[in-house]
Design a protein around this ligand. Structure first.
Ligand code: ZN
Length: 470
């Protein structure tokens, strides 16, 4: 081998070693254990279920929440139930003498709870609260049991093995529960319960399963006097094992295990090395014009994330007044909002007008929301906005945080028009403005793109409401 070919061999050797190193690097980069920078967002904590929220502020107030499954048979039925309740409300509102509603606006609230039974099986319980004048709310409820795997509703009478003895035994349990309940015993109408229970046309239509209990929810006045509200009776499944149908014993794994352990919510991991409360403050000159942009009624699995990207693009910080009911569905979205350095505010669980519900309910609405936000993000909310901006001394006495209202209402929920949203901001913007928008509407995302560009062009800095108050 001459000197030249020796040199060539060395070159080839070096080249081979480099290629090998590059190959090895590529291989290790593809290692699935290497953390991926792109965060994956789960659609909803409840697989295959989304939540739709529809809030209206007008001469009446309405907040409607319902689940969507992307299964036509289920969604159509739920949509027609929602539409029917809305139509009834508007028909009743039309008939009312406006004088009845001078002191307090009419309101309509439709909310729901979702209870996982087993994989792909859920209990959905709707609560309808209507106010149309007079002293009281009208309360009703409606139960659906859904089977997402087969895309169908479950009839309650499939759960109980249908024999006369079983029915009698269940009736007796139910009756005893009313008689022994301190909340309901004084208001209980046994005859009405008997009539309802043995009515073949509505077999257990208001019965559902929550964890290891069989639950019955009744409408106001259905089997009790009005003072009992919307009674709820719970019977442990273990006490009525014998009357559950074979199919449902299997589904509920009743004999194998004593009771189903509820899955514990996982604590948010502490990988908050990036992003928190960064940059913005330090970059803002003392004499800068500042505004607070606020987004209410979310989080939303797509719109909120798009808004976060626009905020990053313009180096803005915002405040998101979230509904507990929606954080419960999308904890990952709430967590992402916090991670990117924005403020999270408490906007209650159900978006009810808090001036109408009483102290105990106010506490429950606010506390449950604070809890679910803390569970999702690791931190309790640092601002509070009452639904519809409706505030009074009773609310102030119960809620620790100050109420943050707004100075510019973009009416995005009404116009659904990006240009109209921008125009509302242009008309009244000034140093210290608090802008109200809603991240549950996709048209608001487009409107906010325009608003963000306009604010930047006009030299405004966007900060959180807490920073604005500093
Ligand atoms: Zn709201």
């Amino acid at each position: 081998m001459n000197a030249t070919s020796k040199r060539i061999m060395i070159y080839i050797g070096v080249l081979l070693i480099f290629t090998l190193i590059i190959l090895l690097m590529t291989f290790f980069q593809k290692d699935p254990n290497t953390p991926n920078t792109e965060e994956t967002i789960t659609q909803s904590k409840y697989e295959g279920v989304d939540i739709v929220t529809d809030v209206t502020y007008d001469d009446y107030r309405s907040a409607i929440h319902y689940p969507a499954f992307e299964i036509a048979e289920l969604d159509d039925e739920i949509a027609s139930y929602v539409q029917e309740t809305k139509d009834n409300f508007f028909a009743d509102l039309e008939d009312k003498d406006p004088e009845w509603l001078e002191k307090r606006s009419a309101s309509f609230s439709l909310s729901f709870d979702i209870f996982p039974i087993q994989d792909n099986l859920y209990s959905i319980v709707f609560y309808k609260d209507t106010y149309l004048g007079g002293a009281n709310m009208q309360q009703e409820s409606k139960v659906y049991l859904v089977d997402l795997e087969n895309g169908q509703f479950i009839k309650q009478n499939e759960i109980i093995a249908n024999t006369k003895e079983n029915k009698d035994q269940l009736y007796d349990q139910l009756k005893q529960a009313f008689i022994q309940s301190e909340d309901y015993q004084d208001f209980f109408f046994e005859e009405e319960l008997h009539k309802w229970f043995y009515d073949e046309s509505t077999p257990f239509s208001n019965m559902y399963i929550e964890e290891d209990q069989l639950v019955f929810i009744f409408n106001e006045y259905q089997v009790t006097a009005g003072a009992a509200g919307r009674p709820v009776i719970r019977i442990p499944l273990n006490d009525i094992k014998g009357i559950i149908s074979k199919e449902w014993k299997d589904k509920l794994k009743i004999e194998e295990e004593e009771s189903e352990e509820q899955e514990k919510p996982t604590e948010p991991e502490d990988d908050e090395s990036e992003g928190k409360g960064d940059a913005t403050e330090s970059k803002i000159p003392d004499d800068a014009k500042k505004v607070a942009i606020t987004f209410d009624d979310g989080p939303h699995p797509e719109n909120t994330l798009e808004i976060l990207d626009i905020l990053d693009q313009y180096e803005m910080k915002a405040t998101f007044f979230m509904l507990g009911s929606r954080v419960d569905f999308y904890p990952d979205i709430a967590r992402e909002v916090a991670k990117r350095g924005h403020e999270i505010g408490n906007h209650t669980w159900h978006h009810k007008d808090l001036t109408t519900v009483g102290k105990a309910k106010i506490k429950e609405e606010v506390q449950s929301t604070a809890d679910v936000i803390k569970e999702a993000t690791g931190e309790a909310p640092t601002a509070f906005r009452p639904p519809y901006g409706a505030i009074n001394d009773e609310i102030r006495s119960v809620v620790d945080l100050d109420s943050t209202l707004w100075t510019i209402d973009t009416e995005d929920w009404k116009s659904h028009d990006p240009d109209a949203i921008l125009q509302m901001v242009k008309d009244t913007i000034e140093d210290g403005s608090i802008i109200l928008m809603h991240d549950i509407h996709s048209t608001t995302v487009d409107g906010f793109k325009k608003v963000a560009a306009y604010l930047k062009q006009e030299g405004y800095y966007a900060v959180t409401v807490s920073q604005l108050n500093e």
